[in-house]
Design a binder for this molecule. Structure first.
Ligand SMILES: NC(=O)c1ccc[n+]([C@@H]2O[C@H](COP(=O)([O-])OP(=O)(O)OC[C@H]3O[C@@H](n4cnc5c(N)ncnc54)[C@H](OP(=O)(O)O)[C@@H]3O)[C@@H](O)[C@H]2O)c1
Length: 330
Protein backbone atom coordinates (compact mmCIF):
# COMPACT_ATOMS: atom_id res chain seq x y z
CA UNK A 1 0.00 0.00 0.00
CA UNK A 2 1.03 3.63 -0.40
CA UNK A 3 2.72 4.94 2.75
CA UNK A 4 5.07 7.64 3.99
CA UNK A 5 7.74 5.87 6.00
CA UNK A 6 11.12 6.17 7.63
CA UNK A 7 13.32 4.05 5.39
CA UNK A 8 16.32 4.83 7.57
CA UNK A 9 17.42 7.35 10.21
CA UNK A 10 19.07 10.68 9.42
CA UNK A 11 19.74 12.86 12.47
CA UNK A 12 20.79 15.90 10.42
CA UNK A 13 18.52 15.76 7.36
CA UNK A 14 15.29 14.05 8.38
CA UNK A 15 13.70 14.36 4.94
CA UNK A 16 16.56 12.32 3.48
CA UNK A 17 15.27 9.38 5.54
CA UNK A 18 11.70 9.75 4.27
CA UNK A 19 10.30 7.54 1.49
CA UNK A 20 6.83 7.79 -0.02
CA UNK A 21 5.88 4.67 -1.93
CA UNK A 22 4.59 1.12 -1.70
CA UNK A 23 5.32 -0.68 1.53
CA UNK A 24 3.93 -3.99 2.70
CA UNK A 25 3.16 -3.38 6.35
CA UNK A 26 3.48 -7.06 7.25
CA UNK A 27 7.14 -6.75 6.29
CA UNK A 28 7.74 -4.16 9.02
CA UNK A 29 8.75 -5.28 12.51
CA UNK A 30 5.56 -3.77 13.93
CA UNK A 31 3.37 -5.54 11.41
CA UNK A 32 4.84 -8.88 12.28
CA UNK A 33 4.06 -8.35 15.95
CA UNK A 34 0.41 -7.28 15.77
CA UNK A 35 -1.43 -9.21 18.48
CA UNK A 36 -5.09 -10.19 19.04
CA UNK A 37 -7.99 -7.83 18.68
CA UNK A 38 -6.69 -5.28 16.21
CA UNK A 39 -8.79 -3.80 13.45
CA UNK A 40 -7.94 -2.21 10.15
CA UNK A 41 -8.98 1.37 9.46
CA UNK A 42 -9.07 2.82 5.95
CA UNK A 43 -7.36 6.17 6.50
CA UNK A 44 -9.32 9.12 5.07
CA UNK A 45 -7.11 11.79 6.66
CA UNK A 46 -3.92 11.84 8.70
CA UNK A 47 -2.12 14.75 10.33
CA UNK A 48 1.61 15.34 10.66
CA UNK A 49 3.29 16.14 13.98
CA UNK A 50 6.75 17.21 14.99
CA UNK A 51 7.01 13.65 16.30
CA UNK A 52 7.29 12.47 12.67
CA UNK A 53 10.37 14.64 12.10
CA UNK A 54 11.86 13.39 15.37
CA UNK A 55 11.21 9.78 14.23
CA UNK A 56 13.13 10.38 10.98
CA UNK A 57 15.97 11.72 13.13
CA UNK A 58 16.01 8.57 15.26
CA UNK A 59 14.43 10.11 18.36
CA UNK A 60 12.25 7.32 19.73
CA UNK A 61 12.71 5.24 16.57
CA UNK A 62 15.76 2.97 16.34
CA UNK A 63 17.26 2.22 12.92
CA UNK A 64 16.50 -1.49 13.42
CA UNK A 65 12.74 -0.67 13.41
CA UNK A 66 12.92 0.79 9.87
CA UNK A 67 11.16 0.71 7.51
CA UNK A 68 8.46 2.18 9.74
CA UNK A 69 5.26 3.86 8.57
CA UNK A 70 5.16 7.33 10.15
CA UNK A 71 2.19 9.13 11.69
CA UNK A 72 0.24 9.14 14.94
CA UNK A 73 -3.01 10.76 13.85
CA UNK A 74 -5.76 9.34 11.69
CA UNK A 75 -9.46 9.47 11.01
CA UNK A 76 -11.05 6.90 8.74
CA UNK A 77 -13.54 4.12 8.23
CA UNK A 78 -13.59 0.56 9.60
CA UNK A 79 -14.57 -2.54 7.61
CA UNK A 80 -18.00 -2.24 9.30
CA UNK A 81 -18.42 1.25 7.83
CA UNK A 82 -17.96 3.09 11.15
CA UNK A 83 -16.33 6.52 10.94
CA UNK A 84 -13.65 6.72 13.62
CA UNK A 85 -10.69 8.59 15.09
CA UNK A 86 -7.70 6.61 16.23
CA UNK A 87 -6.25 7.10 19.74
CA UNK A 88 -2.50 6.82 19.14
CA UNK A 89 -1.38 5.61 22.59
CA UNK A 90 -0.83 1.85 22.35
CA UNK A 91 -0.69 0.26 25.79
CA UNK A 92 1.14 -2.89 26.69
CA UNK A 93 -1.44 -5.72 26.95
CA UNK A 94 -0.45 -6.18 30.62
CA UNK A 95 -1.35 -2.58 31.53
CA UNK A 96 -4.52 -2.11 33.55
CA UNK A 97 -4.46 1.39 35.12
CA UNK A 98 -6.96 4.17 34.38
CA UNK A 99 -4.37 6.53 32.85
CA UNK A 100 -3.00 5.06 29.62
CA UNK A 101 -0.21 7.67 29.58
CA UNK A 102 1.18 6.22 32.83
CA UNK A 103 2.00 2.88 31.20
CA UNK A 104 5.82 2.71 31.10
CA UNK A 105 5.63 0.22 28.19
CA UNK A 106 3.25 2.30 26.06
CA UNK A 107 4.19 3.42 22.58
CA UNK A 108 2.69 5.77 20.05
CA UNK A 109 1.66 4.56 16.63
CA UNK A 110 4.76 4.67 14.38
CA UNK A 111 7.15 3.86 17.24
CA UNK A 112 6.60 0.10 17.58
CA UNK A 113 3.58 -0.45 15.33
CA UNK A 114 3.12 1.04 11.85
CA UNK A 115 1.65 4.53 11.84
CA UNK A 116 -1.12 6.40 10.10
CA UNK A 117 0.53 8.00 7.05
CA UNK A 118 -0.72 5.21 4.83
CA UNK A 119 -3.82 3.99 3.06
CA UNK A 120 -4.61 1.72 6.01
CA UNK A 121 -3.59 1.42 9.66
CA UNK A 122 -4.16 -1.37 12.18
CA UNK A 123 -4.94 -0.48 15.79
CA UNK A 124 -6.44 -2.17 18.86
CA UNK A 125 -10.23 -2.03 18.61
CA UNK A 126 -10.24 -0.31 22.01
CA UNK A 127 -8.30 2.62 20.49
CA UNK A 128 -11.19 3.61 18.22
CA UNK A 129 -13.40 6.61 19.02
CA UNK A 130 -16.53 7.44 17.04
CA UNK A 131 -16.10 10.38 14.67
CA UNK A 132 -19.10 12.71 14.93
CA UNK A 133 -20.65 13.77 11.64
CA UNK A 134 -20.01 17.43 12.58
CA UNK A 135 -16.23 16.96 12.12
CA UNK A 136 -14.65 16.39 8.73
CA UNK A 137 -12.07 13.60 8.46
CA UNK A 138 -9.33 16.23 8.16
CA UNK A 139 -10.50 18.04 11.32
CA UNK A 140 -10.83 14.79 13.25
CA UNK A 141 -7.34 13.71 12.18
CA UNK A 142 -5.85 16.77 13.91
CA UNK A 143 -7.11 15.78 17.35
CA UNK A 144 -5.41 12.60 18.66
CA UNK A 145 -1.92 14.04 19.23
CA UNK A 146 -1.52 17.84 19.19
CA UNK A 147 -5.03 18.72 20.31
CA UNK A 148 -5.28 15.94 22.88
CA UNK A 149 -1.92 16.97 24.34
CA UNK A 150 -3.04 20.62 24.55
CA UNK A 151 -6.37 19.59 26.14
CA UNK A 152 -4.68 17.56 28.88
CA UNK A 153 -2.05 20.25 29.55
CA UNK A 154 -4.73 22.90 30.06
CA UNK A 155 -7.62 21.07 31.64
CA UNK A 156 -6.05 18.14 33.52
CA UNK A 157 -2.57 19.31 34.48
CA UNK A 158 -2.34 23.08 34.82
CA UNK A 159 -4.75 23.89 37.68
CA UNK A 160 -5.83 26.98 35.70
CA UNK A 161 -9.34 28.36 36.02
CA UNK A 162 -11.28 30.91 33.95
CA UNK A 163 -9.89 34.39 34.46
CA UNK A 164 -6.28 33.20 34.90
CA UNK A 165 -3.54 34.15 32.45
CA UNK A 166 -1.74 31.45 30.46
CA UNK A 167 1.34 31.89 28.29
CA UNK A 168 1.96 29.51 25.40
CA UNK A 169 5.55 29.39 24.15
CA UNK A 170 5.41 29.39 20.34
CA UNK A 171 2.47 30.46 18.25
CA UNK A 172 2.37 28.60 15.00
CA UNK A 173 2.72 24.93 15.86
CA UNK A 174 0.05 22.27 16.04
CA UNK A 175 0.10 22.11 19.86
CA UNK A 176 0.42 25.91 20.17
CA UNK A 177 -2.59 26.73 17.97
CA UNK A 178 -4.65 24.13 19.84
CA UNK A 179 -3.63 25.69 23.17
CA UNK A 180 -4.65 29.16 21.99
CA UNK A 181 -8.10 28.07 20.82
CA UNK A 182 -8.85 25.81 23.79
CA UNK A 183 -7.64 28.35 26.36
CA UNK A 184 -9.62 31.18 24.79
CA UNK A 185 -12.77 29.08 24.77
CA UNK A 186 -12.18 28.19 28.42
CA UNK A 187 -12.25 31.83 29.53
CA UNK A 188 -8.53 32.31 30.12
CA UNK A 189 -6.45 35.35 29.22
CA UNK A 190 -4.20 33.97 26.51
CA UNK A 191 -0.70 35.18 25.72
CA UNK A 192 1.73 33.63 23.23
CA UNK A 193 5.32 34.14 22.15
CA UNK A 194 6.66 33.70 18.66
CA UNK A 195 9.88 34.04 16.71
CA UNK A 196 7.80 35.53 13.92
CA UNK A 197 5.64 38.68 14.02
CA UNK A 198 3.48 37.19 11.30
CA UNK A 199 2.70 34.05 13.33
CA UNK A 200 2.29 36.08 16.54
CA UNK A 201 -0.26 38.34 14.87
CA UNK A 202 -2.07 35.35 13.40
CA UNK A 203 -2.30 33.87 16.91
CA UNK A 204 -3.96 37.10 18.05
CA UNK A 205 -6.43 36.91 15.16
CA UNK A 206 -7.09 33.32 16.25
CA UNK A 207 -7.96 34.30 19.81
CA UNK A 208 -4.82 35.14 21.79
CA UNK A 209 -5.15 38.42 23.72
CA UNK A 210 -1.54 39.40 23.02
CA UNK A 211 1.66 38.09 21.51
CA UNK A 212 5.28 38.85 22.47
CA UNK A 213 8.55 38.24 20.64
CA UNK A 214 10.25 35.06 21.98
CA UNK A 215 12.21 35.85 25.14
CA UNK A 216 10.74 39.34 25.69
CA UNK A 217 9.92 40.34 29.26
CA UNK A 218 6.12 40.21 29.80
CA UNK A 219 4.15 43.16 31.22
CA UNK A 220 3.16 41.00 34.19
CA UNK A 221 3.71 37.47 35.43
CA UNK A 222 1.32 34.67 34.44
CA UNK A 223 -0.44 31.84 36.30
CA UNK A 224 0.85 29.07 34.03
CA UNK A 225 3.09 28.52 31.01
CA UNK A 226 2.46 25.84 28.38
CA UNK A 227 5.93 24.78 27.30
CA UNK A 228 6.78 22.64 24.26
CA UNK A 229 9.79 24.52 22.85
CA UNK A 230 12.24 23.46 25.57
CA UNK A 231 15.79 24.79 25.79
CA UNK A 232 15.19 28.02 23.84
CA UNK A 233 12.32 29.20 26.07
CA UNK A 234 12.76 27.40 29.42
CA UNK A 235 14.40 30.27 31.27
CA UNK A 236 11.77 32.72 29.99
CA UNK A 237 9.01 30.34 31.09
CA UNK A 238 10.34 30.12 34.64
CA UNK A 239 10.90 33.88 34.87
CA UNK A 240 7.40 34.61 33.53
CA UNK A 241 5.56 32.75 36.31
CA UNK A 242 3.90 34.17 39.40
CA UNK A 243 4.87 32.59 42.73
CA UNK A 244 3.04 29.25 42.92
CA UNK A 245 2.58 29.17 39.15
CA UNK A 246 2.95 26.08 36.99
CA UNK A 247 4.93 25.27 33.89
CA UNK A 248 3.37 22.34 32.05
CA UNK A 249 5.87 20.80 29.63
CA UNK A 250 5.12 18.34 26.84
CA UNK A 251 8.08 18.75 24.49
CA UNK A 252 11.53 20.05 23.73
CA UNK A 253 11.48 21.09 20.07
CA UNK A 254 14.59 23.27 20.42
CA UNK A 255 16.50 20.82 22.64
CA UNK A 256 16.29 19.31 26.10
CA UNK A 257 19.22 21.00 27.80
CA UNK A 258 18.55 24.66 28.59
CA UNK A 259 21.55 26.89 29.29
CA UNK A 260 20.00 27.64 32.71
CA UNK A 261 17.84 25.07 34.50
CA UNK A 262 16.63 27.82 36.90
CA UNK A 263 16.53 25.37 39.80
CA UNK A 264 16.83 28.05 42.46
CA UNK A 265 13.88 30.03 41.10
CA UNK A 266 11.81 26.84 40.86
CA UNK A 267 12.12 26.07 44.58
CA UNK A 268 12.31 29.63 45.89
CA UNK A 269 9.27 31.16 44.17
CA UNK A 270 8.06 28.26 44.55
CA UNK A 271 6.86 26.87 41.20
CA UNK A 272 5.34 23.64 39.95
CA UNK A 273 6.88 21.78 37.01
CA UNK A 274 4.41 19.32 35.49
CA UNK A 275 5.21 16.86 32.73
CA UNK A 276 2.40 15.96 30.36
CA UNK A 277 2.22 13.51 27.51
CA UNK A 278 -0.64 12.84 25.07
CA UNK A 279 -3.89 12.07 26.93
CA UNK A 280 -6.31 9.30 27.75
CA UNK A 281 -9.09 7.91 25.62
CA UNK A 282 -11.62 9.60 27.94
CA UNK A 283 -9.89 12.95 27.44
CA UNK A 284 -9.96 12.45 23.66
CA UNK A 285 -13.68 11.65 23.85
CA UNK A 286 -14.29 14.79 25.92
CA UNK A 287 -12.22 16.88 23.50
CA UNK A 288 -14.35 15.64 20.59
CA UNK A 289 -17.49 16.53 22.57
CA UNK A 290 -16.11 20.00 23.28
CA UNK A 291 -15.54 20.63 19.58
CA UNK A 292 -19.03 19.46 18.70
CA UNK A 293 -20.71 21.60 21.36
CA UNK A 294 -18.62 24.76 20.85
CA UNK A 295 -18.13 24.73 17.09
CA UNK A 296 -14.38 25.06 17.71
CA UNK A 297 -12.29 23.52 14.92
CA UNK A 298 -8.57 22.84 14.43
CA UNK A 299 -6.56 25.28 12.35
CA UNK A 300 -5.42 23.47 9.21
CA UNK A 301 -2.40 25.09 7.59
CA UNK A 302 -2.40 22.99 4.44
CA UNK A 303 -3.65 19.72 2.99
CA UNK A 304 -1.75 17.37 0.67
CA UNK A 305 -2.59 14.02 -0.94
CA UNK A 306 -0.68 11.11 0.62
CA UNK A 307 1.38 10.78 -2.58
CA UNK A 308 2.72 14.31 -1.93
CA UNK A 309 3.69 13.60 1.69
CA UNK A 310 7.23 14.81 0.98
CA UNK A 311 5.87 18.33 0.32
CA UNK A 312 3.85 18.13 3.53
CA UNK A 313 6.97 17.18 5.51
CA UNK A 314 8.90 20.05 3.90
CA UNK A 315 6.16 22.44 5.02
CA UNK A 316 6.32 21.12 8.60
CA UNK A 317 10.12 21.20 8.67
CA UNK A 318 10.20 24.79 7.38
CA UNK A 319 8.64 26.04 10.63
CA UNK A 320 6.46 28.36 8.55
CA UNK A 321 3.23 26.41 9.02
CA UNK A 322 0.46 27.88 11.14
CA UNK A 323 -1.66 25.05 12.46
CA UNK A 324 -1.80 21.47 11.29
CA UNK A 325 -0.36 19.98 8.12
CA UNK A 326 -2.79 17.29 6.94
CA UNK A 327 -2.71 14.44 4.42
CA UNK A 328 -6.10 13.86 2.81
CA UNK A 329 -7.77 13.72 -0.55
CA UNK A 330 -8.24 17.41 -1.41
N1 LIG B 1 4.55 14.70 24.95
C1 LIG B 1 3.62 14.58 24.01
O1 LIG B 1 2.73 13.74 24.12
C2 LIG B 1 3.63 15.49 22.84
C3 LIG B 1 2.53 15.58 22.00
C4 LIG B 1 2.55 16.50 20.95
C5 LIG B 1 3.68 17.27 20.76
N2 LIG B 1 4.75 17.12 21.57
C6 LIG B 1 5.96 17.94 21.36
O2 LIG B 1 5.59 19.31 21.37
C7 LIG B 1 6.41 20.01 20.46
C8 LIG B 1 5.55 20.77 19.46
O3 LIG B 1 4.91 19.83 18.63
P1 LIG B 1 4.12 20.32 17.33
O4 LIG B 1 3.73 19.11 16.58
O5 LIG B 1 3.13 21.34 17.71
O6 LIG B 1 5.34 21.02 16.54
P2 LIG B 1 5.36 22.10 15.40
O7 LIG B 1 4.00 22.12 14.76
O8 LIG B 1 6.55 21.85 14.58
O9 LIG B 1 5.53 23.49 16.21
C9 LIG B 1 6.75 23.95 16.70
C10 LIG B 1 6.47 25.14 17.64
O10 LIG B 1 7.68 25.50 18.31
C11 LIG B 1 7.76 26.91 18.36
N3 LIG B 1 9.15 27.38 18.54
C12 LIG B 1 9.49 28.48 19.22
N4 LIG B 1 10.81 28.60 19.31
C13 LIG B 1 11.34 27.58 18.65
C14 LIG B 1 12.66 27.19 18.37
N5 LIG B 1 13.72 27.88 18.81
N6 LIG B 1 12.85 26.10 17.64
C15 LIG B 1 11.80 25.39 17.17
N7 LIG B 1 10.51 25.71 17.43
C16 LIG B 1 10.29 26.80 18.16
C17 LIG B 1 7.10 27.37 17.10
O11 LIG B 1 6.57 28.65 17.32
P3 LIG B 1 6.95 29.93 16.43
O12 LIG B 1 7.48 29.43 15.12
O13 LIG B 1 5.68 30.68 16.31
O14 LIG B 1 7.99 30.65 17.22
C18 LIG B 1 5.94 26.37 16.98
O15 LIG B 1 4.83 26.81 17.75
C19 LIG B 1 7.35 18.97 19.82
O16 LIG B 1 8.57 18.97 20.55
C20 LIG B 1 6.61 17.67 20.04
O17 LIG B 1 7.46 16.55 20.06
C21 LIG B 1 4.75 16.25 22.60
Amino acid sequence: MLAAYAARIDADQPLAALEVGDLEVASTPGGALVPGDWVEVEVRAAALNHHDLFSLQGVGLPARACPMVLGCDAAGVTADGDEVLVHAVINDPSFTGPDSTADPRRSLLSERYPGTLAERVRVPRTNLIAKPAELSFAEAACLPTAWLTAYRMLFTQSGLRPGNTVLTQGAGGGVATALVLLARHAGLRVWVTSRSAERGERAVRLGAHAWFPSGERLPERVDAVMESVGAATWSHSINSLKPGGAVVICGTTSGAEPAKAELTKIFFKPLRVIGSTMGTQDELTDLVSMLVSTGLRPVIDSTYPLADARDAFARLESGAAFGKVVLAAE
